[in-house]
Design a protein around this ligand. Structure first.
Ligand SMILES: Cc1cc2nc3c(=O)[nH]c(=O)nc-3n(C[C@H](O)[C@H](O)[C@H](O)COP(=O)(O)OP(=O)(O)OC[C@H]3O[C@@H](n4cnc5c(N)ncnc54)[C@H](O)[C@@H]3O)c2cc1C
Ligand SMILES: CC(C)=CCC/C(C)=C/CC/C(C)=C/CSC[C@H](N)C(=O)O
Length: 476
């Protein structure tokens, strides 16, 4: 006899993790389950836009890789459209000079790269491709409904000990062992880590590879804003959005309609000035469990639920419409400066991590306004002062900022938080400690939905299967 589905499921957080979990839970448990999605801020979470002169620009998660298959599938199934994220020519600034400048001619670029770094760029591309190839196995596992009870087991199933080992070494150690030169690492790789994760090469090797793939060609975004994926997933999953902040979760025994005493989770939340609560069979936490970000207390669990005190990196996104003061970076005449993206090396001593021209959520290519100025996106560790903005821009007519606790501060060896916090209580954001990206949240959501389903139905053979790659090789 198949077990009856649960009556009620709660998901905490309506970012891409929570909303995709709602979507996958609906697929697995069917139409009769009531799904409540709690959100204390905006649907989308770290997918958000800022408005500059009437146009919206991505301020959080902005680019999606062409091989991010869950995001791709959502866009297709939810009737959304895409725009290409084409950046301008890239340069790398080391605090004194531009140590690398991209050319618009492919062949010249190749010659420059080989001249400055030999064949290391090509080797790096191959290193990232190899990791991406293994990473792609997750889609096959998930399409066959297999789930994993920990992030470590999931990564191990993708590529064995070496793949999992990427979590335990810094990117620097990994790439030094692979024979890359200090010059190449400092001038090419560190700047990519700074723009993508606001950190140095001391992040773990896996997130380093994800970050490298975030510099590939063919990156895209959702027309109208990436956060549209979240609101559409919420609609498609027919979940009930509850605007409120979850404060406590406690396990209690309740009598269901059948009269049987059943263990359920009480979710206590604040909505406006009221405190309310409701009972659930299954709970998924889809927000970093961190005092500053979610502030959720687990009451009276025996044994107690572990506390996570991991530190999230503070990053500020600033959007400025104005004319760049290119003389900071180069002595070339203003009209001869054609870079659209400037990355910085670790020792640049500059107050920014990167600065680049961006297009609005409805454009494929950045368009200048009638006065010839563009909108620039700056990532910095701290909020920029007026003096700093005036140093970067000859003139500007609008500036808007968004500070974030953006992604984990990576510090290998990385121990990822548990997915199973308690019997039917699951946590998605431990995945971010392997790497934080929209697709990683979607993968964690699919995994948690499958795990919750199989554990509910006691399908033990669908969880933590070893040698899945070999087993599925023979399946069509
Ligand atoms: C500046 C920046 C740039 C980025 N760029 C990229 C990129 O280009 N590409 C990419 O793939 N990724 C990027 N990322 C990473 C990506 O945005 C995140 O990995 C992803 O959005 C995380 O989604 P999530 O749903 O797991 O968490 P979140 O989006 O943080 O969602 C959690 C939600 O839970 C809510 N919440 C928290 N506590 C409670 C509570 N107690 N009760 C109710 N609700 C609660 C929050 O309000 C939030 O909406 C970027 C992130 C930042 C900050
Ligand atoms: C998960 C896999 C395999 C790939 C994701 C690759 C990807 C899109 C990484 C980007 C990660 C990230 C946190 C980027 C932040 S900055 C993005 C962009 N450069 C910007 O300017 O906003």
């Amino acid at each position: 006899e198949p077990r009856a589905p649960p009556d009620k499921i709660a998901i905490i957080g309506a970012g891409i993790g929570g909303t995709s979990a709602a979507y996958y839970l609906r697929q697995k448990f069917g139409k009769d389950v009531k799904i409540d999605l709690f959100e204390k801020g905006e649907v989308g979470g770290r997918l958000a836009t800022l408005t500059v002169r009437g146009q919206d620009y991505e301020a959080g998660g902005s680019v999606i890789h062409p091989l991010n298959l869950h995001m791709k599938r959502f866009v297709k199934d939810l009737g959304l459209s895409t725009v290409q994220s084409s950046g301008g020519l890239m340069g790398v600034y080391n605090g004194e000079t531009l140590v690398f400048e991209e050319s618009s001619w492919f062949i010249i670029n190749m010659i420059k790269l080989i001249w400055q770094y030999g064949f290391q760029s090509l080797r790096m591309h191959m290193w990232v491709e190899d990791i991406l190839d293994k990473f792609m196995r997750i889609y096959r596992y998930q399409s066959h409904d297999y789930a994993f009870s920990s992030v470590e087991k999931l990564l191990h199933s993708l590529g064995g000990d070496d793949f999992l080992g990427l979590l335990n070494q810094t990117l620097l150690e990994t790439l030094q062992k692979a024979g890359f030169s200090e010059k190449f690492l400092n001038e090419m790789i560190a700047p990519i880590m700074r723009v993508n994760y606001g950190q140095s090469m001391s992040i773990n090797g896996f997130v380093g590879a994800v970050s490298m793939s975030g510099a590939d060609s063919g990156l895209w975004a959702v027309e109208g804003g990436n956060k549209l994926v979240c609101s559409r997933l919420l609609q498609a999953s027919k979940s009930n959005l509850i605007r409120g902040s979850v404060m406590y979760i406690e396990e209690k025994t309740r009598a269901k309609q059948t009269g049987n005493p059943t263990k359920m989770y009480e979710v206590v939340y604040q909505t406006g000035s009221e405190t309310r609560s409701d009972f659930y069979d299954i709970v998924l936490v889809a927000t970093p469990l961190n005092r500053k970000m979610s502030n959720i207390t687990f009451l009276n669990f025996d044994p107690p639920i572990e506390e996570f005190h991991q530190y999230y990196q503070h990053i500020v996104t600033t959007l400025i419409k104005g004319q760049l003061n290119s003389t900071i970076f180069s002595s070339r005449d203003l009209d001869k400066f054609d870079l659209g993206m400037i990355l910085t090396t670790d020792n640049s001593d500059l107050f920014i991590n990167s600065i680049g021209i961006v297009s609005s959520v409805s454009e494929n290519n950045p368009q200048p306004s009638t006065d010839g100025t563009y909108v620039w996106k700056i990532f910095s560790q701290e909020i920029l002062t007026k003096e700093q903005i005036l140093k970067l821009f000859l003139s500007y007519d609008y500036a808007v900022k968004q500070p974030w606790l953006a992604y984990p501060h990576y510090k290998p060896p990385e121990k990822c938080p548990s997915i199973i916090l308690h019997d039917r209580l699951y946590y998605l954001n431990g995945m971010e400690f392997a790497a934080s990206a929209m697709e990683m949240s979607a993968i964690a959501a699919h995994n948690a939905a499958l795990l919750a389903y199989h554990r509910w139905n006691e399908h033990v053979d669908m969880i933590d299967q070893e040698d899945l790659y070999e087993k599925l090789k023979t399946e069509l």
